[in-house]
Ligand binder design. Structure first.
Ligand SMILES: Cc1cc2nc3c(=O)[nH]c(=O)nc-3n(C[C@H](O)[C@H](O)[C@H](O)COP(=O)(O)OP(=O)(O)OC[C@H]3O[C@@H](n4cnc5c(N)ncnc54)[C@H](O)[C@@H]3O)c2cc1C
Length: 515
């Protein structure tokens, strides 16, 4: 049921419901953050991410359905031959068994919702970040159920005086190992951990998940062999994991090994260009020669499918000279093919020339904001091998909205550009950035787009959105991609506008760079 619910909810968008009613429902019940304004911005002390109201309904549904099934249909005969003197213990143990099974069922969903190649991503319009949020909540439920299962049985055997004998049996210690591994995932995946050490978090997440599956399997095997089929719930989890990894490999192999050209835009941004690959949405990039963690990969949005001219050349060949110690920097590295009168490299001119050319070169262009990990290392290598796992992400169909407004902050521009290019009606981009470097380099990619760009200054989002979408005329879609605070402000303002609207549909789309 939890598997089908996202499909049913998502397909409700095709129902013939009056547009203004959809707007009202979205504005009151779906778009706003659960409390106050924070959704993209973490809650106080980084304790976590508050869901939106729409997401909260699904979370409540997950919890309710689990609570109900923890008790429904448990048959306990009285008098009971197994528990003649203590029927309460019998009922507790029956519930312990039920929540144990439910925990296994939820594990399958946890794996399903976490996958990059999650069938539900293809069947619904829910984003990967929504599925990851649900992955966490179903995970909390599964952990609680595993703990309940273990604690109730522990209490029973301690009271019965048989704990020391029981705890030497393989089924027992494998059960304990599985519960401990699963429970450890909770503190080790807390938001501050994910923010500060994402790669470590991923590594122990995978290891602990594997231990949990093996532990659960052996727990069931030693206790029941394959008598009651409890292990059946583990197979979907394993199959989904294998499926996700296999599809990742297929996506990687389809693109093969390419060469990335890295240009430092300014202190904040780097441009990565990869000739000979095409993709939409976002891609996971692997730079196997950059660190010893050859499997490390990060998601980046495809800013453009056309490459600056300097990157043309034989596919897979570095079109420029330069060793790994020399940084490519706008106006800093001399390149004979693209020199301006001062002898410096003019990336803006190069890009404009390429994009304006009658034979544009296909390839992927990414703009990367420097963080402290791989993104900062990338700046030290002008050219390096890259693997591209793509395509990912789906684009909302905005063709029925005559007006489309995009608000982007910094590198968030990369996520909104494809939608802007696709939209045929009236569209306008509001892009605020801290420094001018990226504006200069992006200029050719923004050609023909109706835009206002603000460098070093924030837009007055309330005034801006009131002006652009406040008037109650024509359906309008608003997309935001930028820092958490900006996304939350736009979400709150658009929800407010939707609440006041009468005759039209107001759609809100957030493209998020965090999950
Ligand atoms: C769908 C999507 C599209 C994105 N597109 C772009 C883009 O076009 N340009 C851009 O500059 N950034 C983009 N990002 C963000 C980018 O993935 C992170 O900034 C990058 O992974 C940080 O790498 P790092 O090793 O330098 O991070 P660190 O300095 O180690 O960490 C910085 C932050 O990035 C997060 N992070 C680290 N690794 C990952 C990962 N593998 N997946 C998700 N988050 C991670 C951490 O939790 C932390 O909050 C996108 C993110 C997502 C989810």
């Amino acid at each position: 049921m939890i598997f089908l619910a996202p499909i049913a909810l998502s397909w409700m968008r095709f129902a013939p419901v009056p547009r203004n009613l959809i707007s009202k429902v979205n504005a009151y019940l779906i778009y706003p953050a659960l409390f106050g304004k924070r959704h993209s911005q973490p809650l106080a002390f980084n304790i976590g991410i508050a869901p939106t109201r729409g997401q909260s309904f699904f979370i409540v549904y997950i919890i309710l359905i689990n609570v109900i099934f923890s008790g429904v249909g448990i048959f306990f005969g009285r008098p009971n031959a197994w528990y003649p003197d203590d029927p309460a213990a019998g009922i507790r143990n029956a519930v312990a068994n039920r929540v144990g099974v439910l925990s296994l069922v939820n594990l399958a969903l946890v794996f399903l919702f976490s996958g990059r190649n999650n069938i539900l991503l293809w069947l619904t319009d829910w984003s990967h970040s929504t599925f990851l949020l649900m992955h966490r909540w179903i995970g909390y439920v599964a952990i609680l159920q595993a703990l309940l299962h273990s604690v109730i049985w522990l209490d029973y055997y301690v009271k019965a005086g048989t704990h020391s004998a029981e705890s030497r049996l393989p089924y027992w210690y494998w059960g304990i190992i599985a519960t401990l591994a699963l429970s450890l995932i909770l503190p080790l995946s807390a938001l501050p951990v994910r923010q500060k050490m994402y790669e470590l978090f991923l590594a122990w997440h995978v290891i602990l998940a594997a231990i949990t599956l093996v532990g659960c399997y052996l727990h069931i095997w030693y206790l029941f062999k394959h008598m009651w089929g409890y292990e059946t719930w583990l197979y979907p989890a394993m199959a989904l994991w294998v499926f996700d990894r296999l599809v990742r490999i297929i996506r990687l192999m389809r693109n093969g090994v390419k060469r990335a050209n890295v240009d430092v835009v300014d202190d904040d941004y780097t441009m990565v260009s990869i000739p000979g690959v095409a993709a939409e949405g976002y891609a996971y990039l692997y730079f196997p020669t950059l660190t010893w963690k050859i499997w490390e990969n990060h998601p980046f949005s495809v800013a453009s499918l056309l490459l600056p001219m300097s990157f043309r050349g034989i596919e897979g060949t570095d079109t420029r000279s330069g060793d790994s110690s020399s940084k490519n920097s706008v106006g800093a590295v001399e390149k004979p093919s693209m020199t301006d009168v001062t002898g410096g490299y003019d990336m803006e001119r190069a890009a404009t020339a390429s994009l304006a050319s009658s034979k544009p070169t296909i390839g992927l262009t990414f703009f990367v904001r420097n963080q402290t990990g791989l993104t900062s290392l990338l700046r030290t290598r002008p050219s390096l091998p890259v693997l591209v796992e793509s395509p990912y992400g789906h684009h909302a169909d905005l063709s029925s909205y005559p007006t489309f407004i995009c608000v982007a902050g910094g590198v968030g521009i990369t996520a909104v550009l494809p939608a802007l290019r696709r939209h045929l009606g009236h569209s306008k981009l509001f892009w605020s950035v801290r420094s001018a470097g990226i504006v200069k380099v992006m200029e050719p990619h923004l050609a023909g787009i109706n835009k206002e760009v603000s460098v070093g200054k924030r837009f007055e989002l309330l005034d801006l959105l009131q002006r652009e979408v406040g008037a109650d005329e024509g359906d309008v879609a608003v997309m935001v991609s930028g820092p958490g605070g900006m996304s939350d402000d736009v979400r709150a303002i658009v929800s407010e506008i939707g609440r006041r609207t009468h005759k039209r549909r107001v759609e809100f789309i957030e493209e998020s760079f965090t999950w």
